[in-house]
Design a binder for this molecule. Structure first.
Ligand SMILES: Cc1cc2nc3c(=O)[nH]c(=O)nc-3n(C[C@H](O)[C@H](O)[C@H](O)COP(=O)(O)OP(=O)(O)OC[C@H]3O[C@@H](n4cnc5c(N)ncnc54)[C@H](O)[C@@H]3O)c2cc1C
Length: 276
């Protein structure tokens, strides 16, 4: 009977939210709504029949920073994060600036972009490269999970039933070289690459490259080829590195040939920027 109702809840605390979710197990969290109402060309929108609006959960809008982390509530809008300016790691800022247009970015939340069930969205790639952690909360408890584990979970989400993503914690590290490229497509069809390098006294101390196609890829083997090498890199090392990426990407059955070439080119251009 309850399934036939149309209900919208506006809880202002987690206990109110989880109580409502317990009473109406099929209720759907609603953040900015851009994914939930996307591609509905009809004058009357079709919405889940029972909605749990996250709008009034003040904690989920909070943004704070400490010396080591930037913490962003899952209800922060993409445009709000961009507007934080230089404190936001460049790769994440560029990633968010390249998502849709300003109208969508003013509505869409970072939590919604990570919990979208139709595929991985661009922000997942940037947050995985930055080694972000996500806070997941249920009625009984809360837990932290790495962006990598969250993305690797089967079924596109590590969220358990009746669990919310509430906070994103991003380490504030200095990346000496940071590049982000979006190739084509929108939403889960887009292809993006994040390329980050950290140096210490002319030594490459850390490199992270994350590619997103239909899913997220990180080739840790290639990263270990470069870690600890002197800068500028010599030509032999960069050639080995590019070769390793070619072998890795060409072995991925689900990535089409054009995408493989685009991704390799971008990686090659950036690694060559660090070479003699
Ligand atoms: C025109 C257009 C263009 C776009 N282009 C791009 C693009 O180029 N690149 C890109 O990456 N994305 C793109 N998007 C997708 C956009 O990023 C997502 O629609 C948006 O981030 C979803 O956020 P939202 O707050 O609107 O989520 P909602 O639509 O409210 O929710 C999305 C899903 O997540 C769940 N959810 C939301 N918040 C939480 C939470 N805190 N905890 C648990 N579950 C939650 C909801 O139940 C729902 O299933 C585009 C969207 C549009 C409309």
């Amino acid at each position: 009977m309850a399934d036939q109702l149309n209900l919208v809840f506006f809880p202002s605390s987690y206990s109110e939210l989880f109580n409502a979710w317990n009473r109406y197990p099929k209720a759907v969290p609603y953040a900015g709504g851009t994914a939930l109402i996307r591609e509905q060309g009809r004058p009357i929108l079709e919405l889940p029949s029972i909605i749990l609006s996250l709008e009034r959960l003040e904690e989920m809008h909070r943004i704070s920073r400490s010396e080591r982390y930037l913490e962003i509530g899952a209800m922060a809008k993409l445009s709000q994060i961009i507007d934080l300016g230089k404190i936001v790691p460049v790769a994440l800022r560029h990633c968010l600036e390249n998502i849709a247009g300003p109208q969508v970015r003013n509505m869409a939340t970072i939590g919604g972009s990570l919990c979208f069930r139709g595929g991985r969205l661009d922000s997942s790639a940037a947050l995985m490269a930055l080694d972000a952690q996500y806070e997941l909360r249920s009625a009984q408890s809360s837990r932290w999970i790495s962006a990598t584990r969250f993305c690797a979970a089967p079924g596109l989400s590590a969220l358990n039933t009746h669990e919310l993503l509430t906070r994103i914690r991003i380490p504030l590290e200095t990346w000496d070289y940071s590049a982000y490229k979006k190739f084509s497509g929108q939403g889960s069809n887009s292809k993006v690459v994040v390329f980050l390098v950290k140096t210490q006294k002319n030594v490459l101390s850390d490199i992270r490259i994350v590619c997103k196609t239909d899913t997220l890829w990180r080739n840790k083997d290639s990263e270990s080829i470069l870690a600890g090498k002197n800068l500028p890199l010599n030509q032999r090392i960069t050639a080995d590195f590019i070769k390793n990426w070619e072998t890795f990407l060409y072995s991925l059955q689900t990535v089409d040939e054009l995408s493989q070439k685009e991704l390799i080119n971008f990686i090659a251009i950036n690694i060559n920027n660090l070479a003699e």
